[in-house]
Design a binder for this molecule. Structure first.
Ligand SMILES: CC(C)(COP(=O)(O)OP(=O)(O)OC[C@H]1O[C@@H](n2cnc3c(N)ncnc32)[C@H](O)[C@@H]1OP(=O)(O)O)[C@@H](O)C(=O)NCCC(=O)NCCS
Length: 194
């Protein structure tokens, strides 16, 4: 365990290569479980009471974890692989939850907020941040963008270039396009080319 400016970093039994931590605030924690391997990852936390949890045997390359404000949470479930450049941004006390045994390709963006405000004509903000949930065993293709309030159900595939803006409550589907929609049902996927 070590600390970087009020952030507790616990990584017993995990391997972290060339990872960087830019942290400011109080009571933040990053927990990386046993067998996880993180290469060239960047953690940026600005706020209090935020948590990043990386599960057992997760592998992440070129990941950027970006947290602003208080009470946010980013979770990556056991045995998931985030293979290339990925940006995970959590703001306004929200959560990004990636399930177990997921596979993420490269150049992926997942964000719970929009960084700036959209207002109605009375001057009230209408684009508050919302949680993103990706269930177990989901494969996300290259150059996918997943925006606030999205839920992707288990055993599904997200096609390359998709922009996911809505929840897909059905499992075992292929979703694709802009905005992403179901293009195939009753499928699953596996890592090996069989
Ligand atoms: C998602 C994917 C795996 C689906 O493959 P598949 O099951 O063979 O699907 P199909 O090619 O039969 O496509 C089904 C329909 O979805 C459409 N579609 C497929 N992928 C699409 C995409 N990325 N964007 C928009 N539409 C797409 C097809 O045009 C087809 O439409 P139709 O029914 O009107 O003809 C594949 O399209 C894909 O995106 N592969 C890239 C994965 C990747 O990024 N790999 C990197 C290594 S991890």
């Amino acid at each position: 365990m070590f600390r970087v400016h009020g952030t507790k970093i616990i990584c017993n039994g995990a391997a972290l290569y060339k990872c960087r931590f830019h942290c400011a605030g109080k009571n933040n924690s990053i927990v990386v479980s046993e067998g996880a391997i993180l290469r060239n990852c960047k953690f940026k936390i600005k706020g209090n009471n935020n948590v990043i949890e990386i599960g057992d045997s997760v592998s992440i390359k070129d990941g950027e974890f970006w947290i602003e404000e208080d009470g946010n949470r980013i979770e990556v479930g056991a045995r998931s692989s985030l293979c290339g450049k990925i940006h995970l941004a959590c703001t306004e006390g929200t959560c990004i939850k990636i399930g177990e045994s997921c596979l993420f390709s490269s150049e992926i963006v997942i964000r719970t907020g929009d960084s700036h405000s959209v207002l109605n004509l009375e001057g009230h903000r209408i684009n508050h941040a919302q949680d993103v949930n990706i269930d177990n065993h989901v494969w996300v293709g290259q150059r996918v963008c997943i925006t606030k309030g999205t839920h992707i159900s288990s055993n599904s595939v997200v096609g390359t270039g998709a922009v996911c803006t809505k929840s897909i409550e059905e499992s075992n589907v292929v979703i694709a396009g802009v905005p992403a929609q179901i293009v195939k049902r009753n499928v699953t996927w596996c890592n090996e080319r069989i």
